[in-house]
Design a binder for this molecule. Structure first.
Ligand code: ADP
Length: 674
């Protein structure tokens, strides 16, 4: 067979090899058949040349050639082939061809060999990895064919082409495609190409997943538009086509209405490029932003919720920077116009004109701010938009960045002018009431002048007579010092009694502020009665005291309660002035009453005077109601407000047998006050 004939096997390396090997084989056979006569025939010489040529080709062709027997033993390999695998030919010949394959590929190799042997003279091609001597990988494309040798035994001829580089490139491409697909899947972002002129759309797997189409569905503008929410469809279409018309990039946010009725939010960005023909082609991406939208919606909702809370609880919000200067004022729509304009950039202490009036309050506030501590209910005076003074109550909390650096304060403000004014009015009213109580008390004291004078003159007179006696004892011969001393001691007692009366009157006359202390009510009664003793005597009124022993102490103001009692007694005395056939008797009783678990202390003043007609009982406690020509009509109304200030009740009843009873009921502490 001639080299020229061999060429007709074709261009493939394996075919070339097979042709060559066939030549070698026939040469071998020829040698065997050659007659053993001396001298080479011309045919022999040509044949030897051909073999030599083929051996050259076999050895140096940059293709790996293997000749393998049916058992897989390497019968021959070219130097290039062995070198590619890092071996010498001698190292491979006689070894199992499996040695140059990965363990896990051995079955594949065996199957491939078997296939070739089953299909003699048919060539087969496959791609497979081989292991170099140094353990590295070599990818090859093998072209193999089994054929029968002259002796009838099959042989496998294999030509391999190194495709490692291509495989690596393919691998890298596959990896990068897989990475891209992975990244698209993870970021819910699909990519696409839109060829405007043909309407063709090519998109990634993730794009089809986002639009909920199966991978095989070929996307089209029509199909996509159908998926877009009807509310966004026209706008999305208009935007894309307008951009395509102008050859510009575009970006779009829209919703999908999916077959299951759910909604998805998408954001598409498309960059305009031109293809080889100059036609517009968009390359872009579509991100599924549903989760972000949902989070944004929730954030807005929660922000709105807190805003609602804050708005209902306050009139405006504010924010200050790290230097405590105002950076933001957000007014509640209902109170808009209250906040003075131009406060941005000012510090709180610059807005409040009272800083100098209340330096301590502001120093303390500054210290709180400098310590970056929250503060609550700071009330200060400032001016509203019209320059009118207003009172503002504010609370604030410091805020910090992620690294803990102080950024400023956030807080709320409320206009508390009305409340403060009401408080001030209430305070003024309370003061006026206290003044009035005081005035009435002093008036009563004026009425008691005679009694008071008597209370004082009596011990003074006693002191004088005791002093006389004392001198008498001293004048004796010898002086009776013991008796004189006793008289002097009595003088001291008399003087003390007088000064005690003066002390009590002073207290009654001077005091305006309420002072609550635990009191023995019986003692309060006795002290008050001491002051009216003379008044009773002058008006021929006998007073009977029925004071319960072991009464718990009550909490109250001694002087004010005495004032009430004196008032009631004086009224009682006056009510009995006209008594002719009835005795002028006054009974003062103290007792404890327990009703429905409600323990109260009762103090009653009962007279036998004119009594209370139905029409009068309802009105006696109203201010300025009086039936007396010189009456003021304030006594009972003040008495009632004093008792109510003690959480008690003052009531009046007509007595069965004539006269009136006034009852003071005071609450007892849950546990008896010691
Ligand atoms: P004033 O004594 O200046 O009139 P009060 O407020 O103390 O003022 O009393 C109001 C009125 O209540 C008296 O004018 C009188 O009509 C009636 N009143 C008060 N105490 C008694 C009493 N013990 N018996 C009958 N009426 C009384």
């Amino acid at each position: 067979m001639m080299p020229g004939q061999i060429a007709k096997f074709g261009n493939s390396a394996a075919q070339f090899l097979l042709g060559g090997l066939a030549a070698l084989r026939s040469f071998g056979n020829g040698e065997k058949d050659r007659p053993a006569v001396g001298g080479d025939s011309r045919q022999d010489i040509e044949l030897r040349d051909a073999v030599k040529q083929w051996r050259e080709v076999f050895e140096h062709n940059p293709v790996m050639y293997f000749m393998v027997d049916p058992a897989g033993t390497v019968l021959n390999v070219n130097t290039f082939g062995a070198a590619q695998l890092g071996y010498t030919t001698a190292e491979l010949i006689g070894q199992s061809v499996l040695n140059v394959f990965f363990e896990e590929d051995h079955d594949t190799v065996r199957r491939s060999v078997a296939l070739c042997l089953d299909t003699l003279d048919q060539s087969h091609t496959w791609e497979i990895r081989k292991i170099r001597k140094d353990g590295s990988v070599l990818w090859v494309r093998e072209n193999a064919k089994a054929m029968l040798r002259g002796d009838g035994t099959p042989i496998l001829l294999v030509a391999c082409e190194n495709i490692t580089q291509r495989k690596e490139a393919e691998d890298a491409l596959r990896r990068s495609e897989a990475n891209l697909a992975g990244a698209q899947e993870l970021s819910h972002t699909g990519s696409f190409v839109w060829r405007v002129a043909t309407g063709e759309i090519i998109w990634s797997k993730e794009s089809s997943r986002i639009f909920q189409f199966d991978e095989l569905t070929k996307p089209s503008i029509q199909l996509l538009l159908e998926r877009i929410h009807p509310g966004d469809r026209a706008a999305a279409q208009q935007k894309a086509f307008q951009a395509a018309h102008e050859g510009k990039d575009f970006e779009n946010e829209y919703r999908l209405l999916l077959p299951d009725g759910s909604t998805k939010y998408l954001h598409s960005v498309a960059r305009a490029t031109r293809d080889a023909n100059g036609s517009i082609e968009y390359v872009g991406s579509t991100a599924d932003i549903t989760a972000a939208k949902e989070a944004e919606r929730k954030l807005r909702e929660s922000e709105q919720r807190f805003r609602d809370y804050a708005e209902t609880a306050s009139d405006w919000f504010w924010e200050t920077g790290p230097d405590h200067r105002i950076t933001l004022i957000a007014e509640h729509p209902d109170t808009a116009g209250t906040v003075p304009s131009g406060v941005i950039g000012m510090a709180r202490w610059d807005i409040a004109p009272e800083v100098e009036l209340e330096p301590e309050k502001w120093q303390q506030h500054r210290a709180t701010l400098d310590a970056h501590l929250p503060f609550r209910d700071l009330v200060y005076r400032t001016k509203d938009n019209n320059g009118c003074p207003i009172y503002v109550r504010t609370s604030g909390k410091p805020f910090f960045d992620a690294t803990g650096d102080f950024l400023g304060y956030r807080g709320v403000c409320t206009d508390v002018t009305a409340a403060i004014r009401a408080e001030q009015a209430e305070e003024a009213l309370r003061k006026a009431q206290a003044e009035l109580t005081h005035v009435t008390r002093v008036t009563t004291l004026g009425e008691l002048t005679a009694s008071i004078a008597h209370e004082i003159t009596q011990p003074l007179a006693a002191a004088i007579s005791n002093a006389d006696a004392c001198i008498g004892w001293l004048d004796r011969e010898p002086a009776d010092l013991k008796a004189a001393r006793r008289s002097a001691e009595w003088i001291i007692e008399d003087a003390n009694r007088a000064s005690e009366v003066i002390r009590r009157i002073r207290a009654l006359a001077k005091k305006t502020e309420i002072e609550v202390a635990p009191l023995d009510i019986n003692q309060v009664v006795m002290e008050a009665m001491a002051l009216v003793r003379r008044e009773l005597a002058t008006h021929a009124v006998s007073a009977r005291m029925e004071l319960a022993s072991d009464l718990p102490r009550i909490c109250g103001d001694r002087i004010q309660l005495q004032q009430v009692l004196i008032n009631l007694v004086m009224n009682g005395i006056e009510a009995m002035q006209a008594n002719v056939d009835r005795p002028r008797e006054l009974a003062i009783r103290s007792s404890r009453a327990d009703e429905d678990g409600d323990a109260r202390l009762l103090l009653t003043v009962t007279d036998r005077g004119v009594g209370l007609g139905k029409d009068v009982t309802d009105r006696i406690f109203t201010p300025f109601f009086t039936t007396k020509s010189d009456g003021l009509g304030m006594g009972l109304s003040i008495c009632r407000s004093i008792i109510e200030a003690h959480a008690g009740r003052l009531s009046a009843f007509p007595n069965d047998g004539g006269g009136a009873t006034f009852q003071i009921a005071l609450p007892l502490p849950d546990k008896d006050t010691p």
